[in-house]
Design a protein around this ligand. Structure first.
Ligand code: HEM
Length: 512
């Protein structure tokens, strides 16, 4: 039989197709003859889609919105744990709360590292930031600097005045638009607001210097959409990375960060030398530089992390929350009633004290983040040892692990009416207590869980609540004339963004 097939093939074949067949047979023979590593043997036992192509593996199955493609693939081939061969990099995808718990809690110590990345090595000075640093002593120290000097509850409370000042500026812009009956680009307003709040905390008074906001915006956009945006080929063909365009683009881009950050650091050094001490985060970093053995490059890497991690995520959450409220007028009315009741009439602004009793506002934040976690696949994790207990599967050492947080939040087996925006679900006593965004409810992980979880939940909550409550307290919102709805189409970078600008017309509320 085999002889017949070969004879027919020989008769009809062109020299090129014969050469291809010989090459494929040769590669198959080499593969069979090469003893498979233990890791390969273990990987071959993991559930995985069958449609794998030479060289690119499963990359062709991942569409422009990876969180959606991965959810659909997992549904068919590995609802808890699934292996994808993405180019040369085997990647395990986690898509169920039980498997997420195994990775982020039970075996957190095994999975708490980050995979090597040529792009983050360039952008973050040898990955010496916090978010992309491999697990180890450097990461521990860098994270400690950030959590003890920028993101503690006390620090977040003490930056309240600065936050309220940013809210006043945003409200003034919206009032001007309301007076002119003009639409406000809320996506842009949220983006500037989030960036200004982080800049205030990190650099003191510098952000509104001429052109700085735009500069930050450009730098972050390139970081997040062009360079770190999860599915660039570079990540999946590491041996090509050194030659490739993306690495050299990253190097050019890093130079622009260098210029900005060196300028900021020099300014702070001069200020301290002149005895003007303000105690923003750059001042603190410089004062603890020796204690933590940080080089100037380490300081720059940590600073980029703060701008990077702090700006887009916050603006995306606000943008999606406001978009959902506009699409769900009952939820908007309920939130408006709560904010106005808890704040009282005739106030210049909603303050942080007023926020503490606003339960529905907190439910809106959770519900919006359940449906639209900005970091839908988090930052990849990396196994530092073999782990034989992830929902009955063994994951070898040295494997990239993606957690599809977006899929967890929409899992119909865990959530009633999973695709609907229903903040009420978080108003029930039990649900309210369990689903705290602190990484204890493995169906709801917008900030992750475990050792690598986001250290900025308090900071983010304070920023999110104060601006949203004020926009809702002072204004009623309408769609611009001639528009019929709000587009929820997404685009993917390192985060998931709403594609369209959120243009809304504010009307000053008369009854508050
Ligand atoms: C809506 C806002 C935010 C969301 C949804 C968010 C979400 C996340 C997620 C999912 C991770 C990765 C967790 C993991 O890999 O297990 C992370 C890490 C991180 N986030 Fe956030 N984040 C937000 C805001 C911020 C802000 C405002 C800052 C700082 C100013 C910040 C700083 C960081 C840092 C430094 C890490 C790396 C932690 C580590 O690797 O040890 N984030 N964040």
């Amino acid at each position: 039989m085999a002889q017949q097939v070969l004879a027919q093939l020989y008769e009809h074949a062109t020299p090129q197709s014969l050469a291809l067949v010989v090459l494929l047979l040769f590669l198959a023979a080499v593969r069979l003859a090469t003893p498979r590593s233990r890791a390969e043997k273990l990987l071959s036992k993991l559930p995985s889609p069958p449609f794998r192509l030479p060289v690119i593996g499963h990359l062709h199955l991942v569409g422009p919105l990876p969180h959606r493609s991965l959810r659909d693939l997992a549904g068919q081939h590995g609802p808890d744990v699934m292996l994808l061969r993405l180019g040369a990099v085997p990647t395990v995808v986690i898509s169920s709360p039980r498997a997420a718990k195994a990775v982020l809690r039970t075996h957190d110590h095994v999975f708490a590292s980050r995979p090597p990345s040529a792009v983050s090595d360039v952008l973050f000075y040898g990955s010496t930031d916090v978010g992309f640093a491999p697990y180890g002593e450097y990461w521990r120290q860098a994270r400690k600097v950030v959590t003890t000097h920028l993101l503690t509850v006390r620090k977040v409370r003490s930056s309240r005045v600065a936050r309220e000042q940013e809210v006043r500026l945003a409200l003034a812009r919206v009032r001007a638009a309301a007076a002119a009956r003009a639409a406000v680009d809320l996506s842009e307003l949220f983006s500037c607001f989030a960036n200004d709040v982080v800049c205030q905390a990190v650099t003191g008074r510098l952000p509104r210097e001429q052109g700085r906001n735009k500069l930050f915006h450009d730098l972050l956009e390139t970081n997040n959409t062009k360079l770190l945006g999860g599915f660039n080929l570079e990540e999946y063909f590491p041996s090509l990375a050194r030659l490739s365009v993306v690495s050299s683009e990253a190097a050019k881009h890093r130079k622009r960060w260098d210029d900005l950050l060196d300028g900021l650091i020099d300014k702070h050094v001069r200020k301290t030398a002149n005895g003007e001490h303000e105690e923003d985060f750059i001042d603190v970093l410089l004062s603890v530089q020796e204690e933590y053995s940080l080089t100037r490059d380490n300081i720059k890497a940590i600073l980029i992390d703060m701008f990077e991690a702090g700006t887009d995520t916050t603006y995306i959450s606000l943008d999606f929350a406001m978009a959902e409220l506009m699409r769900n007028p009952k939820a908007m009315a309920k939130l408006q009633a709560e904010v106005r009741r808890c704040t009282g009439k005739g106030k210049e602004m909603v303050t942080e004290e007023d926020l503490s009793t606003m339960r529905y506002l907190k439910a809106v934040m959770k519900e919006s983040m359940r449906l639209h976690p900005p970091a839908s696949l988090m930052i990849p994790h990396f196994s530092m040892a073999e782990c034989d207990d992830v929902e009955g599967h063994t994951i070898p050492s040295g494997i990239r692990v993606l957690l599809n947080v977006w899929a967890l939040g929409r899992d119909p087996t865990c959530w009633e009416s999973a695709e609907e925006f229903m903040p009420e679900r978080f108003m029930e006593e039990a649900m309210d207590a369990d689903s705290d965004l602190q990484g204890n409810d493995f169906r709801l992980l917008p900030f992750g869980s475990g050792r690598r979880m986001c250290p900025a939940i308090k900071f983010t909550t304070a920023t999110f609540e104060i601006i949203l409550a004020n926009l809702i307290y002072h204004f009623n919102w309408e769609l611009p004339p001639g528009t019929t709805g709000i587009g929820m189409t997404e685009t993917y970078g390192i985060n998931v963004y709403r594609k369209e600008k959120l243009l809304l017309v504010p009307c000053i509320a008369q009854d508050v």
